[in-house]
Design a protein around this ligand. Structure first.
Ligand code: ADP
Length: 258
């Protein structure tokens, strides 16, 4: 327990530091981007314009990374709403397919049993995208990603042992890629742990997904076997009758936005 406390204090201190640096860095990148855009307008040399474009793209990638850092450091406040799991997955399917890229198929296997969950829809989307992108990266020669949605009850064989008693939607992202060696598997949820090339991986994907499921009252199960593939399963509490009713308004609001 002492260890866990020290670890969480360390994480908090690191989070504050990262948030501070990321914030300043974001302002710097914004200045660079606006400078580049002003320079671009004064150039008529196409080669020079190309260089400005390249630099702009690099700075934008930096902005994206900073956003991810900030989101992680803040452990973003969640904005839970009622989500119909089947409808949500169906709507997200094309985007997941595009993110997986060519040579990789994405198939959703959903028996419709999950019903509704109460969770932050934007974070759920970004969690699933993160997992699909990791799956893609683990299959350089192509392959198949399966997204399987099931309803499970905790405690039970199918659920994580740490889950509180109750009903959960279990959404798995399963790939038949490289899988992970035990040393990698042990560290995969550690912030900034990555085996990817500099500039390609941040090491924040899995920690973010892990944080999101825990903040939502659920959990993340990670299973992987070297040479076989990986399965990451999000457990998210299913909406009870009362939740489902309260969530109906939030749902209407979300529709009005769309
Ligand atoms: P990043 O993707 O930026 O490296 P993550 O936190 O998402 O950060 O993942 C950390 C590491 O875990 C990856 O670098 C990779 O080694 C490993 N990993 C994650 N997902 C998978 C997967 N589906 N298959 C194989 N390895 C994975």
């Amino acid at each position: 327990a002492q260890d866990a406390l020290i670890r969480s204090q360390k994480m908090e201190a690191m989070g504050r530091l990262v948030a501070g640096v990321a914030h300043d860095f974001n302002n710097i990148l914004a200045a660079v981007l606006s400078g580049l855009s002003l320079i671009g307008r004064r150039l008529d040399d196409p080669e020079a314009l190309k260089l400005v474009d390249m630099s702009t793209n690099a700075a934008m990638r930096g902005t994206g990374l900073v956003k991810q850092l900030l989101a992680f450091a803040r452990q973003q406040r969640l904005d839970p709403e009622r989500i119909d799991v089947s409808a949500f997955l169906k709507e997200l399917e094309p985007l997941l397919g595009v993110s997986a890229g060519s040579g990789i198929s994405v198939a959703i296997e959903d028996d419709g049993a999950c019903g509704a969950i109460i969770a932050d829809a934007a974070q759920l989307q970004s969690a699933l995208l993160n997992l699909v992108i990791n799956a893609r990266d683990a299959m350089p020669d192509g392959g198949a990603v399966r997204i399987v949605a099931r309803a499970v009850r905790a405690p039970g064989d199918e659920a994580l042992p740490e889950l509180a008693e109750g009903d959960y939607a279990a959404i798995s992202v399963i790939d038949n890629g490289t899988g992970m060696a035990p040393e990698t598997l042990a560290r995969v949820a550690e912030p900034f742990f990555t085996t990817k090339q500099v500039g390609k991986g941040t090491g924040l994907g899995v920690p973010m997904v892990h944080g999101f499921t825990h903040q939502s009252g659920g959990g993340l199960r990670i299973e992987s076997e070297l040479g076989k593939g990986t399965a990451m399963t999000l457990f998210l509490p299913r909406a009870t009758g009362a939740d489902a009713h309260a969530g109906a308004d939030a749902d209407a609001g979300a529709d009005a936005d769309a």
